[in-house]
Design a protein around this ligand. Structure first.
Ligand SMILES: [Zn+2]
Length: 329
């Protein structure tokens, strides 16, 4: 039961506290890549902790499972709920919740990725009929007055004629570099994973926060790649030119104007206020600790589940109790 308490406590703590603490104290805008690595650690460890805490309850309270390990079985016999109808009911319930969560996670992963793939394939078919490839730029040009630019996971970058008419040479390079960063960073997959995990357990603040942050952070990372090539002012000008149009990128694609522009512009203009070296080291160390913590808790939980059982005080005075314990092991 200690294992179940440790794991469920971790799951509850990370689900409730992580979004609040990250929003208030974590410099995500200055560390977009590190934060993008941290978010799946938190969400996946939440799911793993939720599943394994249920399994720990089931293994403890279902006699068929607890008997698999003699040390565990000896400990279980000391629990008040052991071998009672209530204990068996709780064990079955915990097992059903864990199995349901595993199946739900698999279902959400498969359907989210399949839906995204279907939409992207449909959009690619439409583009083959409507868009014209510009061999010089290496992009597909869609004849539309609204300025927009986005990329598809297959590697195609799509830009409208409206965007081409508004952007000068360096701004166009900034926009294309932004989209190339999405493609090389496999941002479509990262977003699809965050979406699938968010769907597994509805209304868990951590999961919805992680998905929204993932969508926002990939834009910041792509902006940074464009800044490295063309400079911040050019990227800001490109964002202004694209963002003042009203074309929304299609679903399951990543467009340069698909995230709140004002905050991105403010960030780009303040990029020189980078985090100090000490701040970066401390942040990396914090992410390392947060990544190791669930592994450590899982190890402690497993050891506590299978540890040597303390002597049962009820048995202490009974003649032959020690012999019975040895035989039952
Ligand atoms: Zn983008």
């Amino acid at each position: 039961m200690i294992a179940a308490l440790i794991l469920s406590g971790y799951a509850a703590l990370v689900a409730l506290a992580a979004p609040v603490l990250l929003r208030r104290y974590w410099p995500a805008d200055r560390l977009p890549r590190l934060t993008l690595a941290l978010l799946p650690v938190l969400t996946c460890s939440f799911l793993v902790a939720a599943v394994t805490s249920g399994l720990a309850v089931a293994v403890t309270l279902l006699s068929g499972l607890s008997e698999l390990d003699p040390a565990l079985d000896a400990c279980v016999d000391q629990l008040p709920l052991a071998d009672t109808p209530t204990g068996a009911l709780l064990g079955r319930l915990a097992l059903a919740v864990s199995a349901g969560l595993v199946l739900r996670t698999l279902y959400c992963l498969v359907t989210t990725f399949a839906t995204a793939r279907r939409r992207q394939a449909g959009h690619a078919r439409m583009l083959r009929m409507l868009a014209v490839r510009d061999e010089r730029l290496g992009v597909l040009v869609l004849d539309h007055p609204a300025p927009a630019c986005y990329c598809l996971p297959g590697g195609d970058i799509v830009i409208t004629s409206g965007a081409l008419s508004r952007l000068d040479g360096p701004q166009l390079e900034a926009v294309l570099q932004h989209e190339r960063a999405h493609l090389s960073g496999r941002h479509h997959l990262i977003i699809a994973l965050a979406t699938a995990v968010r769907r597994t357990v509805p209304r868990v603040r951590l999961l919805s926060y992680a998905e929204a942050e993932t969508r926002r952070l990939v834009e910041l990372i792509a902006d940074d790649a464009a800044v490295a090539r063309t400079g911040a002012r050019t990227v800001v000008a490109a964002l202004a030119a694209i963002g003042t149009g009203h074309a929304e990128p299609p679903e399951a694609t990543l467009g340069i104007g698909s995230s709140p522009l004002l905050t991105r512009v403010q960030r780009l203009l303040g990029l020189d206020r980078a985090l100090s070296r000490r701040g970066r080291i401390a942040s990396r160390a914090a992410v390392g600790v947060l990544a190791l913590l669930p592994v450590l808790l899982l190890t402690i939980s497993a050891r506590s589940l299978l540890r040597e059982c303390p002597p049962d005080p009820d048995d202490a005075g009974r003649p032959g109790a020690a012999v019975v314990r040895v035989v039952t092991r």
